[in-house]
Design a protein around this ligand. Sequence first.
Ligand code: ATP
Ligand SMILES: Cc1cn([C@H]2C[C@H](O)[C@@H](COP(=O)(O)O)O2)c(=O)[nH]c1=O
Length: 203
Amino acid sequence: MIRGRFISFEGIDGAGKSTQHAWAVDYLRGQGHTVVATREPGGTPLGEKLRALLLSEPMHLETEALLMFAARREHIAEVIEPALARGDWVVCDRFVDASFAYQGGGRGLDWKKLETLAQWVLGDLQPDLTLIFDAPVAIAQQRLHAATANPDRFEQEQAAFFERVRASYLKIATENPVRVRLIDATQTPNHINKILENIIATF
Ligand SMILES: Nc1ncnc2c1ncn2[C@@H]1O[C@H](COP(=O)(O)OP(=O)(O)OP(=O)(O)O)[C@@H](O)[C@H]1O
Ligand SMILES: Cc1cn([C@H]2C[C@H](O)[C@@H](COP(=O)(O)O)O2)c(=O)[nH]c1=O
């Protein structure tokens, strides 16, 4: 059995990542692939319970990081690894880069602690392809405010927090030029669909 493929979608809140994630799942299914559409934090019954806590309850930044990785451990064991072993495509709305960008960049948690957690929880697992949807914070916040009546704990953060998260995503893109593709998310959804089609066809 040929191992499946693993694609993660990343970006600051409101950049338009979930819109493109939904489109890519439909597109890949239309191409005849068996696709597991999933997300983080979440993707398993336990992970979704942790997600509800993470998005609503105030907590220490290290507790936040540990819960993100606890949800991820469950997700990898229960969903991601079995799907890849079956030969399926895993298309995940956020993965480990979000921990570096949000808990590391946004909250200021020591990058080395995150690397230790990532080594423990992921081992050698990495997405085959990561799409980072990049937009200026002001544009992302405008989109978010237009779309969201009840912002969650992360969405309520100030612009300066998202500037740090965005800078971390840009650093991750620069440091991982093979795995990561940076996408200008200020373009129209249709234009971005075409860019994704090209990337998926050639990766
Ligand atoms: N390319 C785009 N141009 C204009 N508006 C967009 C674009 N992509 C998405 N939107 C709109 O912006 C809003 C946020 O989109 P979406 O939920 O995909 O963002 P997100 O990055 O996944 O945010 P979050 O991480 O908070 O879920 C939605 O109303 C969506 O319709
Ligand atoms: C995986 C992961 C996520 N987050 C944050 C980023 C977002 O604000 C929320 C998830 O909400 P979304 O609507 O699904 O984008 O969680 C994080 O801080 N760290 C992580 O590892």
